[in-house]
Design a protein around this ligand. Structure first.
Ligand code: ZN
Length: 397
């Protein structure tokens, strides 16, 4: 057993407790939380004391690309389509061992930043392997690409093979999902096939959606730099006359999508927001990435008014340079308890995990983090967690 006492304890679902404590049982769940004087002190429990610090639920990062950790600062391309091309070349030049080390570093960086659950998308499977090897929590979505409709079968075969290989890494703490990457890299038949596969095999699904203006131009008008690049490769482009969100609705991808994750959602209007709400999807809001690529600002206030489940995501370090969720909260205009709630319970809700994680409550998983007391009002450098626990196990500090 482990007993942690801190200057303040923030359950999120209850008011902060001055001089509080949390007792973690041997199954890795929270056995007690409250004022220090009321939390039991079993003689066998190891005691840790942080009188100057805050004890919080572990943070939830709803969008990462951990396999790209080694590429931080390596892609200086400013225009988005060019940035993606450069990223693809950098990935092509990466060996399997480098991806493996990169993903492992990404997991350790997340823990050092107080993140105890990630929703990660990748194409190599190494983030899921690293999380399994190191004892992390999260969802890993295996990406599938294929803008050419005639190559849908080959893309699906590759995806099904990858899923068959990666299934053994899934556990009570780790889920395997799939991700048809984005409207400019996935053909119409591939979207349909991937969504059907997800439903048939009960796999969670994540999509990058309504991110750039060029994506909207491609879907609505068959124009813009993505459209030109596809045509240059001999791939037909069809103007859909609707927004990217409505396009996925028409394809059936947003049917029975409860618990699925839509990433970015910057280029959306009220009707799109309504479609997303009715679909029951969670959203990953990535304000620093959207800003870095010049996509604009996602309407967070409108999402929350509509009752959408929204968490914050850092996206890859190639886009934003580090994996600090506190910096994302600041970029979203949040601070204090509001920021804390968004980074914990709301993130857990966006991933459909709020029954397990996201707050300090008896019976929930002991995913905990201790931060310096300034944390709620001054975004810190990325690696400032003093102690991080996943399911009651110390993984950092
Ligand atoms: Zn992304």
């Amino acid at each position: 057993m482990l007993r942690i006492r801190a200057g303040s304890v923030h359950p999120v679902t209850a008011p902060p407790i001055e001089d509080g404590a949390v007792l973690v049982d041997d199954r890795g769940t929270i056995a007690a939380v409250g004022p220090n004087s009321l939390v039991p002190t079993p003689p066998e429990a190891r005691a840790l004391d942080f009188p100057q610090a805050r004890l919080l639920p572990g943070l939830v990062n709803t969008h990462t690309h951990l396999e790209l950790t080694h590429l931080a600062g390596k892609d200086a391309e400013r225009e988005f389509a060019g940035w993606i091309r450069t990223l693809r070349a950098l990935k092509d030049a990466t060996s399997p061992e480098e991806f493996s080390h990169s993903a492992e570093q990404g997991v350790r960086d997340a823990w050092a930043a107080g993140v105890t659950c990630v929703a990660d998308t990748g194409s190599t499977g190494t983030p899921l392997e690293a999380l399994a090897r190191l004892g992390g929590r999260g969802i890993y979505y295996q990406e599938v690409f294929g803008p050419d409709p005639t190559k849908c079968g080959a893309s699906m075969a590759e995806l099904e093979q990858a899923v068959a290989r990666l299934r053994r890494f899934a556990s009570s703490h780790l889920s395997l999902g799939i991700s048809p990457h984005a409207p400019y890299t996935v053909s119409e038949p591939l979207y349909r096939a991937v969504a059907e596969f997800a439903r048939r095999d009960a796999l969670p699904l994540a999509v990058h959606l309504a991110e750039s203006r060029d994506e909207t131009a491609l879907v609505r008008d068959g124009a813009g730099s993505f459209a030109e690049a596809l045509r240059a490769r001999g791939i037909p482009v069809t103007p859909r006359g609707c927004s990217p969100v409505e396009y996925l609705l028409r394809l059936g991808v947003l049917e029975h999508a409860t618990g699925w994750l839509c990433i970015h959602c910057v280029q959306v209007d009220e009707r799109d927001i309504d479609i997303l709400r009715q679909a029951g999807v969670g959203l990953a809001h990535c304000p620093r990435s959207n800003r870095a690529h010049g996509h604009g600002t996602a309407p967070l206030a409108a999402f929350r008014r509509a009752g959408l489940r929204v968490g914050l995501g850092t996206d890859s370090v190639v886009s934003v340079g580090d994996s600090s969720l506190w910096a994302e909260a600041a970029a979203a205009g949040l601070d204090g308890e509001d920021a804390l709630r968004m980074l914990t319970l709301e993130g857990a809700r966006a991933l459909g995990r709020e029954d397990e994680i996201g707050s300090l409550e008896v019976g929930k998983q002991a995913d905990l983090v201790v931060f310096p007391s300034t944390i709620l009002h001054r975004p810190p450098p990325p690696s400032t967690a003093l102690l991080t626990l996943v399911a009651g196990r110390v993984v950092h500090g």
